[in-house]
Design a protein around this ligand. Structure first.
Ligand code: HEC
Length: 131
């Protein structure tokens, strides 16, 4: 019985290791392995209220739109969460309070000085960045 649990735990770990958007392995793994070229890199739209706040805060130190830095790329975040009110609430809360576990073991520090309205504006913008 114990062995079965260990095997399950290992396969779960392997599954989450290749997770993070897209099908695991197979056809799209070559595309995922290729680094995004500079030309494909979008920059934050500062004419958007949320984009402006992202540029003003420290977000871009750890996040880019199309490539993973310390945090997940915003395109990956947008692909993972549909832009619903519930997701915007949850993610805005996470931006303010910080946390880890959804993209690996690295934690995002909280942003306690960011207001809920600002956090929601930023998350709304992020969730619009799907490729
Ligand atoms: C010090 C680095 C760092 C900074 C600065 C940072 N983040 Fe993050 N962010 C992370 C990491 C690491 C994760 C992945 C956390 C996880 O695995 O749950 C993350 C995850 C996220 C997520 C997805 C959360 C989830 O539960 O899936 C959103 C949205 C996000 N960040 C937005 C922001 C915004 C907006 C800012 C600026 C106010 C910001 N981040 C600043 C490191 C950072």
């Amino acid at each position: 019985m114990k062995k079965v649990l260990i095997v399950l735990a290992i396969s779960a770990a392997m599954l989450s290791a290749c997770g993070g958007g897209g099908k695991s392995g197979g056809a799209d793994s070559s595309a995922a392995a290729k680094p995004d070229s500079a030309a494909a890199q979008r920059s934050v739209d500062t004419t958007n209220a949320g984009g402006k706040l992202i540029a003003k805060n420290d977000c871009l130190t750890c996040h880019k739109i199309d490539t993973k830095v310390i945090g997940p790329s915003y395109a990956d975040v947008a692909a993972k969460y549909p832009s619903t009110e519930a997701n915007i609430d949850t993610l805005a809360d996470k931006v303010i309070k910080g946390g880890s576990g959804h993209w690996g073991s690295v934690a995002m520090a909280g942003h306690p000085t960011v207001s809920e309205a600002d956090a929601k504006a930023m998350v709304t913008y992020i969730l619009s960045l799907k490729k």
